[in-house]
Design a protein around this ligand. Structure first.
Ligand SMILES: C[S@@+](CC[C@H](N)C(=O)[O-])C[C@H]1O[C@@H](n2cnc3c(N)ncnc32)[C@H](O)[C@@H]1O
Length: 252
């Protein structure tokens, strides 16, 4: 059986990172010299450590003690551990560990795919954002998964991904759901967040043959530039490995 291409690629330092950097600068311009970030399902801290490096105070809420231990190590190695607070908790009871309206930026990256109740999770993240604050969501794209299974000749899984109500491919699927762009927008709209940015993450890089990806610095630069252009191309949004949305809680 052919391997399934990975349309998600590595955690990006591209369009998502750029959008978050802009959001951090925006909070700082509003007078919040150390922006408060709440990273829900932050795991071992790929995003938390990057944001601490940008000058944020980051609270990571995750229900896995192992992930929080890995986060602690990663933050220490990066020299930002004083700016990162690990908290064991569940998004289903987020208000118990994170104050309502207490964050300038709330992250839910790689979380909506795995939670029980996606609408509840989005509502909890919206409540944790301060008025005028932002919520950043990164979630697996349904249609990239359909294409990757099709290209690998796994047509039964491709069909299931296309037709299943939650974008799953079967009982062994590690994810509970995948979203498309319209579904993600509707989720965020539904809790009163205003979507300001909807872009692709890993739009093309996951489709590039390994021999090209490993082709040295020139190929890396060319691919990064292509990816950067593709991220904001509406026609390609729904084939992105992951969808990224930045939405804002209305100011009071
Ligand atoms: C795919 S990882 C994403 C990690 C990180 N946000 C990233 O993008 O690299 C998902 C994380 O969500 C956590 N998680 C899953 N369900 C959760 C829940 N109900 N409440 C809090 N964290 C949860 C897992 O323990 C895991 O660390």
């Amino acid at each position: 059986m052919s391997a399934v291409p990975d349309p998600t690629g590595p955690v990006s330092s591209g369009p998502v990172h750029r959008a978050l950097s802009v959001e951090v600068a925006r909070a700082q311009a509003r007078g919040r010299s150390v922006p408060r970030v709440l990273d829900v399902g932050g795991g071992s801290g790929a995003w938390a450590v990057a944001l601490a490096g940008l000058g944020c105070a980051v609270t990571v809420v995750d229900n896995s003690p192992d992930a929080l231990a890995a986060l602690h190590r990663r933050a220490r190695e990066a020299g930002v551990h004083e700016w990162v607070t690990p908290v064991q908790g569940d998004v289903d009871a987020l208000a118990e560990v994170a104050p309502s309206g207490g964050a300038d930026l709330v992250l839910g990256h790689g979380l909506l795919e795995v939670v029980d109740d996606v609408a509840h999770a989005v509502r909890a993240m919206a409540s944790a954002a301060a008025p005028g604050g932002a919520v950043s969501v990164l979630v697996a794209g349904r249609h990239a998964a359909v294409l990757s299974r099709t290209l690998a000749g796994r047509l039964t899984e491709a069909r299931a991904l296309l037709t299943d109500a939650h974008g799953g491919w079967g009982p062994d699927d590690p994810l509970r759901r995948r979203l498309d762009a319209a579904g993600l927008r509707a989720l965020l709209d539904g809790v009163g967040l205003g979507v300001e940015l909807l872009q692709g993450d890993g739009v093309l890089e996951g489709w590039v043959p390994g021999v090209v990806r490993d082709g040295g610095p020139a190929a890396t630069t060319a691919l990064a530039e292509l990816e950067s252009l593709a991220a904001s191309e509406p026609a390609l949004l729904d084939v992105a490995g992951r969808l990224h949305a930045l939405a804002r809680r209305p100011p009071t």
